[in-house]
Design a protein around this ligand. Structure first.
Ligand code: SF4
Length: 157
Protein backbone atom coordinates (compact mmCIF):
# COMPACT_ATOMS: atom_id res chain seq x y z
CA UNK A 1 0.00 0.00 0.00
CA UNK A 2 1.35 3.42 -0.97
CA UNK A 3 1.52 6.12 1.73
CA UNK A 4 2.42 9.72 1.01
CA UNK A 5 1.81 11.94 -1.96
CA UNK A 6 2.33 10.50 -5.40
CA UNK A 7 3.58 12.41 -8.37
CA UNK A 8 0.03 12.38 -9.70
CA UNK A 9 -1.25 13.91 -6.43
CA UNK A 10 1.32 16.69 -6.64
CA UNK A 11 0.41 17.42 -10.24
CA UNK A 12 -3.26 17.57 -9.29
CA UNK A 13 -2.62 19.87 -6.32
CA UNK A 14 -0.43 22.21 -8.35
CA UNK A 15 -2.83 22.27 -11.28
CA UNK A 16 -5.69 23.29 -9.02
CA UNK A 17 -3.90 25.93 -6.96
CA UNK A 18 -3.57 23.88 -3.77
CA UNK A 19 0.22 23.68 -3.75
CA UNK A 20 3.17 25.77 -4.83
CA UNK A 21 6.70 24.99 -5.96
CA UNK A 22 8.40 27.94 -4.26
CA UNK A 23 7.44 31.05 -2.29
CA UNK A 24 6.57 33.85 -4.69
CA UNK A 25 5.40 31.70 -7.60
CA UNK A 26 1.95 32.21 -9.09
CA UNK A 27 0.21 29.61 -6.94
CA UNK A 28 1.82 31.00 -3.76
CA UNK A 29 0.84 34.59 -4.66
CA UNK A 30 -2.71 33.43 -5.38
CA UNK A 31 -2.97 31.81 -1.96
CA UNK A 32 -1.55 34.92 -0.29
CA UNK A 33 -4.11 37.08 -2.05
CA UNK A 34 -7.05 34.86 -1.01
CA UNK A 35 -5.75 34.70 2.57
CA UNK A 36 -5.31 38.48 2.79
CA UNK A 37 -8.80 39.03 1.35
CA UNK A 38 -10.29 37.00 4.18
CA UNK A 39 -8.30 38.95 6.80
CA UNK A 40 -9.35 42.41 5.58
CA UNK A 41 -12.95 43.35 5.03
CA UNK A 42 -13.30 46.95 3.90
CA UNK A 43 -15.71 48.99 6.01
CA UNK A 44 -18.01 51.85 5.06
CA UNK A 45 -16.42 54.98 3.65
CA UNK A 46 -16.30 57.37 6.64
CA UNK A 47 -13.44 59.77 5.90
CA UNK A 48 -13.55 62.32 3.12
CA UNK A 49 -11.25 65.16 2.09
CA UNK A 50 -13.00 68.14 0.53
CA UNK A 51 -11.35 71.02 -1.34
CA UNK A 52 -13.92 73.85 -1.59
CA UNK A 53 -11.43 76.28 -3.11
CA UNK A 54 -8.00 76.25 -4.68
CA UNK A 55 -7.54 79.96 -3.89
CA UNK A 56 -5.03 80.86 -1.20
CA UNK A 57 -3.97 84.07 0.54
CA UNK A 58 -0.35 82.94 0.73
CA UNK A 59 2.14 81.98 -1.96
CA UNK A 60 4.58 79.66 -0.22
CA UNK A 61 7.57 78.80 -2.37
CA UNK A 62 7.31 75.13 -1.48
CA UNK A 63 3.57 74.87 -2.14
CA UNK A 64 2.76 71.52 -3.73
CA UNK A 65 -0.94 71.98 -4.37
CA UNK A 66 -2.57 73.59 -7.37
CA UNK A 67 -3.25 76.86 -5.54
CA UNK A 68 -4.11 80.10 -7.25
CA UNK A 69 -4.10 83.71 -6.09
CA UNK A 70 -6.86 84.68 -3.66
CA UNK A 71 -8.55 86.97 -6.21
CA UNK A 72 -8.59 84.48 -9.08
CA UNK A 73 -12.13 83.62 -10.16
CA UNK A 74 -13.32 80.15 -11.15
CA UNK A 75 -11.47 78.03 -8.59
CA UNK A 76 -14.20 77.63 -5.98
CA UNK A 77 -17.01 75.13 -5.78
CA UNK A 78 -20.15 76.24 -7.56
CA UNK A 79 -23.56 75.83 -5.93
CA UNK A 80 -24.04 72.74 -8.10
CA UNK A 81 -20.80 71.25 -6.80
CA UNK A 82 -21.87 71.87 -3.21
CA UNK A 83 -25.24 70.23 -3.85
CA UNK A 84 -23.53 67.25 -5.49
CA UNK A 85 -21.18 66.84 -2.50
CA UNK A 86 -24.13 66.97 -0.08
CA UNK A 87 -25.90 64.33 -2.18
CA UNK A 88 -22.76 62.21 -2.14
CA UNK A 89 -22.45 62.50 1.65
CA UNK A 90 -26.15 61.72 2.05
CA UNK A 91 -25.67 58.51 0.07
CA UNK A 92 -23.00 57.12 2.40
CA UNK A 93 -24.03 54.16 4.52
CA UNK A 94 -21.77 55.02 7.46
CA UNK A 95 -23.21 56.43 10.70
CA UNK A 96 -20.07 58.40 11.50
CA UNK A 97 -18.07 60.72 9.30
CA UNK A 98 -14.79 62.58 9.39
CA UNK A 99 -14.46 65.49 6.97
CA UNK A 100 -11.16 67.19 6.30
CA UNK A 101 -11.23 70.52 4.45
CA UNK A 102 -8.17 71.31 2.42
CA UNK A 103 -7.27 73.89 -0.22
CA UNK A 104 -6.01 76.33 -1.23
CA UNK A 105 -7.13 78.01 1.95
CA UNK A 106 -10.46 76.47 3.00
CA UNK A 107 -11.33 79.34 5.35
CA UNK A 108 -11.86 81.51 2.26
CA UNK A 109 -15.10 79.53 1.84
CA UNK A 110 -16.51 79.61 5.34
CA UNK A 111 -20.03 79.48 3.88
CA UNK A 112 -19.30 76.08 2.29
CA UNK A 113 -17.64 74.74 5.42
CA UNK A 114 -20.63 75.72 7.53
CA UNK A 115 -23.11 74.21 5.10
CA UNK A 116 -21.25 70.89 4.97
CA UNK A 117 -20.80 70.91 8.76
CA UNK A 118 -24.50 71.60 9.41
CA UNK A 119 -25.58 68.91 6.96
CA UNK A 120 -23.23 66.32 8.47
CA UNK A 121 -24.43 67.10 11.98
CA UNK A 122 -28.01 66.53 10.89
CA UNK A 123 -27.25 63.38 8.90
CA UNK A 124 -24.67 61.38 10.90
CA UNK A 125 -24.58 60.14 14.51
CA UNK A 126 -21.00 61.28 14.99
CA UNK A 127 -19.02 63.89 13.03
CA UNK A 128 -15.44 65.10 13.14
CA UNK A 129 -14.10 68.03 11.13
CA UNK A 130 -10.59 69.14 10.36
CA UNK A 131 -9.67 72.40 8.63
CA UNK A 132 -6.21 72.44 7.13
CA UNK A 133 -5.60 76.20 7.36
CA UNK A 134 -2.74 78.69 7.35
CA UNK A 135 -4.69 80.93 9.82
CA UNK A 136 -3.50 84.05 8.02
CA UNK A 137 -6.74 85.92 8.32
CA UNK A 138 -8.89 84.35 11.00
CA UNK A 139 -12.11 86.36 11.18
CA UNK A 140 -14.35 86.19 14.24
CA UNK A 141 -16.69 84.02 12.21
CA UNK A 142 -13.87 81.63 11.36
CA UNK A 143 -12.84 81.47 15.00
CA UNK A 144 -16.38 80.62 16.02
CA UNK A 145 -16.52 77.91 13.40
CA UNK A 146 -13.20 76.53 14.51
CA UNK A 147 -14.25 76.47 18.14
CA UNK A 148 -16.00 73.22 17.28
CA UNK A 149 -13.62 72.07 14.58
CA UNK A 150 -10.06 70.94 14.84
CA UNK A 151 -7.81 73.30 12.91
CA UNK A 152 -4.72 71.70 11.49
CA UNK A 153 -2.08 74.35 10.84
CA UNK A 154 -0.37 74.23 7.54
CA UNK A 155 3.38 74.23 7.65
CA UNK A 156 3.90 77.87 6.72
CA UNK A 157 6.92 79.95 7.54
S1 SF4 B 1 -0.72 78.11 2.64
FE1 SF4 B 1 -0.75 76.04 1.79
S2 SF4 B 1 -1.99 76.18 -0.11
FE2 SF4 B 1 -1.41 78.26 0.50
S3 SF4 B 1 0.44 78.68 -0.70
FE3 SF4 B 1 1.09 77.94 1.33
S4 SF4 B 1 1.34 75.74 1.09
FE4 SF4 B 1 0.16 76.46 -0.67
Amino acid sequence: MHVGITEGDTEFLEANGHAFQEPGDLAYAGFEYRFASRLYTPGDLDYVILVPSLRCNLACGYCQVSRVNEKTPGFDWTDETLKAVIRFLDGLSTKRIKVEFQGGEPLLRLDVLKEVRDFCRSRFDKCEFVVCTNLQDPSDEACRLEAGILAKLKNVS
